[in-house]
Design a protein. Structure first.
Length: 310
């Protein structure tokens, strides 16, 4: 996602007045010198979209070689890496910096808001699909939508200020819309992730097969009911949630996709499941509710993921 958004922001800037004023409108912040060396062999982000490839010459820097103060930061890490990544660049943030969080779930966002309450925090919830063919070679695989909203009240109360932020982003090419209830959208997406991701690993299947495999479909239906009962206890969660209906809509739209969690397990990478079903268990305990189905799913998932890592 970091490569995709960096490339799209750079392309957007070149088509606007911003590109005439700023030589490098988008900079990828890389982990270390090794990552920078790999980028230098390519010279940009190779973006594939609709069958065409474009080398987009976005800038790069490492945190150790400061790019200067940051006015706008898109944090495109996995949920478990979000807070450490943000803390690592916090000294570089301008006093009025706008930080846009591009993570799944809701736990990471809540944690960041609690730890860094003075930051102007926004969430970018997206259904765009992207994957890397190799280092800095990204495929924009699924054109979806993106919804942007303030997480902590922010500094975008005025409509013209919201418009200014949206104008600085590739709102047309990435279909970005302002959402005045972004927290509600994040809770809804969290519920969908809890229902889908772990089950695709347990059944080792594409998203759509959760609707067609009899055992998986029955498990999905019962799990959605339990998720909804737990989330009824969360004050910020939109009501009614209709988890099963929302999940079925997502599965139909992404029927041929493999979930990101299943791809992570197949590649023995860390997953975000602790921020999905793991967090759901935490919410249940806080509300003094049992969640036996979710706990069983989480246990089965953890056993499979552990075998994949061994």
């Amino acid at each position: 996602m970091g490569c995709l958004w960096a490339a799209r922001i750079w392309q957007h800037a070149q088509r606007s007045e911003l590109g005439k004023r700023i030589a490098q409108p988008a900079t990828l912040l890389l982990r270390d010198e090794a990552a920078l060396a790999r980028w230098q062999r390519i010279g940009g982000v190779l973006l594939e979209s609709d069958g065409a490839e474009t080398l987009v010459p976005v800038g790069t820097s490492t945190i150790a070689h400061s790019p200067g103060q940051i006015d706008k930061l898109l944090l495109c890490t996995k949920a478990q890496d979000a807070l450490p990544a943000l803390l690592s660049v916090a000294p570089l943030l301008h006093a009025d910096a706008q930080v846009l969080l591009v993570q799944n779930g809701i736990k990471a966002q809540r944690t960041i808001a609690e730890c860094l309450p003075a930051l102007a925090l926004y969430c970018l919830s997206t259904s765009h699909g992207a994957y890397l063919r190799s280092d800095y070679s990204v495929v924009h695989a699924g054109h979806g939508q993106a919804h942007l909203g303030s997480l902590n009240g922010g500094k975008l109360a005025a409509i013209d200020e919201r418009s200014s932020l949206l104008d600085s982003l590739p709102s047309a090419s990435m279909n970005i819309q302002w959402d005045s209830d972004i927290t509600g959208r994040l809770w809804t997406k969290f519920a969908v992730n809890c229902a889908i991701n772990a089950l695709t690993v347990i059944h080792d299947c594409r998203n759509g097969e959760l609707l067609t495999l009899p055992v998986a479909a029955a498990q999905l239906r019962d799990l959605c009911g339990e998720i909804e009962r737990i989330m009824l206890t969360v004050a910020q969660c939109p009501q009614p949630l209709n988890v099963l209906a929302r999940v079925e809509t997502v599965l139909a739209a992404t029927a041929q996709n493999y979930s990101s969690t299943l791809q992570d397990v197949h590649n023995a990478r860390p997953t975000e499941i602790a921020y999905f079903n793991g967090y759901l268990s935490e919410l249940a305990r806080l509300a003094n509710r049992d969640c036996p189905l979710n706990d069983a799913v989480l246990s089965s998932f953890n056993a499979i993921a552990q075998r994949a890592r061994d």
